[in-house]
Design a protein around this ligand. Sequence first.
Ligand SMILES: Cc1ncc(COP(=O)(O)O)c(C=O)c1O
Length: 455
Amino acid sequence: MTDGNGGRLSDKDREALFARVNRRKTNAAAPRPVPTIAYSAEVTDFTTLPGYKELRTQQSFAAVIGLENPFFRVHEGRAGADTMIGNRTLSNFSSYDYLGLNGHPAVSAAAKAAIDRYGTSTSASRLVAGERPAHRDLERGLAEIYEADDCVVMVSGHATNVGVLGQILGPKDLIVYDELSHNSIVVGAQLSGAQRRSFPHNDLDALDAILSASRRQFARALIVVEGLYSMDGDWPDLARLVEMKRRHGAWLMVDDAHGLGVLGRRGYGLAEQAGIDPREVDIWMGTLSKTLAGAGGYVAGPSPLIDYIKTSVGGFVFSVGLAPPVAAACLAALNLMKSEPERVTKLHENGRIFLEAAKRHGLDTGTSGGLAITPVILGESLKAAMLSDKLSQRGVNVMPILHPAVPERLARLRFFITSDHTAEQIEEAVEITADEISKLSGTADVMKAFAQTLG
Ligand SMILES: Cc1ncc(COP(=O)(O)O)c(C=O)c1O
C-alpha cells in the first residue's frame, strides 16, 4: 500500500481503508431494533392489574349473597382455643398456636424483660448492629432439637425459604418439591434459577422417577418436602426420602414449619415422628410463628451451611436481626415445649378426638393424620365460604380455603387444633359443622340468584 509514495497512502488506498474502517464501525454500532410495547394511559391505573377485576367480582358476589368477609377479622384479645370477635366469644380453630404458648405467662414475661433491657428492635442487621444473648440461645436451642451443628434465625419464615433456596441453588441445579409446597418454597426455587420440577403430593414413586430421569443433567439436586402439610394435615415418608436422596446424590430439605411442636412424642418434628436420626436431613427449616409464638424463620444444619447463610443470604445480611423481645419469647416457648411434653400429648389426643368425631359424622377429612390439622373438604369454594359464615354465626371461627389456594374440587374448611381445646369444644364444633353442612342450600340456586341481580 505504501510503495513509491514515501510511506504515505495513495488516495485510492486511503479511501479503501476508510471505507473498510467505516464499514466495521457501522457494523459494530448498528443499532439493534428495540422491541416496543404499545401501552395505553390505563396502565398506570392499579385497577387494571391482572386479577383485580376478579377480586372485585368476588367481593360484590359475597356482598349480594350476604356473606361476611371471613378474612382480616379483628380479634379483640389473645386468639387461642377461644377468641373474641365483635364482642362475642367464639371457639377458635384458626390459630397455629398448637401448644397454647402465645400469651403464656413465662413467654410474655420473657418478652417484657427483653424489652426492658434491650428495647424493641435490633435496629439493623446482626452483622453490624450485633447480637443479643437471646439470638444465640434460641439458635442453640433449635440446633439441639435437630442435633444439628448450628442454626440461624431470620425475621420472616417466608423470607427464610426465599432467601436460602435462592442463594444455595443456581441455574446448573435441580430442585424437586411436593406440589403442595408452601409459596415461599416455590418463590425461592424461582429466584434460584434452578430447573424446577414438582411431584404429586406425597407421591415418592413420582419423585424417584423424576430423579432417575433427570438427576444426571444437573450439578446439584435438592429435594424439598414439608414436615406436616398445612392444608391436609399429613406428612411424608422420611425414611424413604433419606434412602432416595442418598441414592440420587441429592440434598434433602424439610420445611418443618408445622411439624415443630406437633410431630413426634416430644414435638421435635418429622424426624422424631419417623424415628429417623435428624442428621440424615441436610437442611431443616422452620418458622417461629407457629408453636414458638413469635415471628421469623430458622434453618438448622451443618456449620458450613449456616456460616454460608449468615454471610450470603440477603434476608439475613441486609435485613434487621430478630427483635429481642421476639427472640426471647420464642426461646421461652421452646423451653416450655421441651420441659412440658404433656402439651404435645394433649395436642395429639385432641387431634385424634377431632378426626374421629369428623369421621363419625361422615365428613370428608382427606388424608389427614389427625394430629393438629384436619380439613373438612366440601368441593366448592362457595360452599366453603358459606359454611364458614354459618359456623361463625354459631360461635365457631374456622377459615375457608378457597380456589386458587387449593383446586376448586378440594375447597375446604381447615381446622387447626391446639392442646388448649377441650374435648367438648371439639365435639361440639364438629357437630355444628355436620349440622350446617346438611342444611347448606344448593349453591346452584345461589349462583342463579346472583345472576339475576346482575340482570
Ligand atoms: C410450610 C410453611 N413454610 C413457611 C411459611 C412461612 O412462615 P411465616 O408465616 O412464619 O413467614 C409457612 C407459613 O405459614 C408455612 O406454612
